[in-house]
Design a protein around this ligand. Sequence first.
Ligand SMILES: C[S@@+](CC[C@H](N)C(=O)[O-])C[C@H]1O[C@@H](n2cnc3c(N)ncnc32)[C@H](O)[C@@H]1O
Length: 263
Amino acid sequence: MAVKCPEGFDVESLRELVQETYSSVASDPNGDFHFHRGPEYAVEYLNYDRDELSHIPDTAKARFAGVGNPHLIGEIKEGMTVLDHACGAGMDLLLAARKVGPTGKAIGVDMTEGMRTFAKMATEEAGLSDIVEIKEGVFEELPVDDNSVDVVISNGVVNLSPDKEKVFEEIFRVLKPGGRLFMSDVVVQRELTLEARSSPEIWAACIGGALPEKELPGICAAAGFNENRIVQHFDCFKNTTAEVKVSKDLEIQGINFFAQKPE
Ligand SMILES: C[S@@+](CC[C@H](N)C(=O)[O-])C[C@H]1O[C@@H](n2cnc3c(N)ncnc32)[C@H](O)[C@@H]1O
């Protein structure tokens, strides 16, 4: 396993801590957190399209906590089935739902009830309930059929899992042959200090579990993807308390990452 749990934490207690953090983001999106949230951050730091975002309800946008922009990685076409494997309150999911349209499907999975509640509310507000399905689950064991998805989108979440290998195996399993992964995540340019890796708080802030950038292609290839590449970097922690605490010294960035399952 490339990145281990903080000392004294097992997978379950780490999951509970992550769930607690994102339940708080769901109930109080303007609260005090180590990371940015919301639509202004999305536009200014991650190049989201302001016009496209104007069609997405504030319910979803206020709780956005991604670290890159999966929509810049490749095209989502009408009629496709798209999965956001940890959709939070659904901003990326609803952007994808508008692209796939009534002949397509947008599935969102998330383990945190508070996030799913707001994702469902936002879906109704956007009038997209016929296209969008929100499911409870974890991305290490997706409640989604084999070979059923054209595009998996992922934003700011793989770093939160202590079992990255399993996450990529699951993405690979649910993608159709030729299916694509549009992933944004946090990476580090060199190995984190043991102190940073050992802090559950830093883990939940999307830093402690971040992969060294150079390890990402190998993990992805081991899951079966034949093509993968990093396409863009983002300064997603600029002006956050995380930057002050750790990221300035440690070269932590958001990335956009593309991978494809063989035909
Ligand atoms: C940093 S937020 C990002 C959410 C969303 N992708 C966005 O861009 O706003 C992390 C989300 O991942 C979810 N999450 C974390 N670990 C998960 C897991 N193992 N399975 C499913 N969801 C998970 C949390 O519940 C939370 O909603």
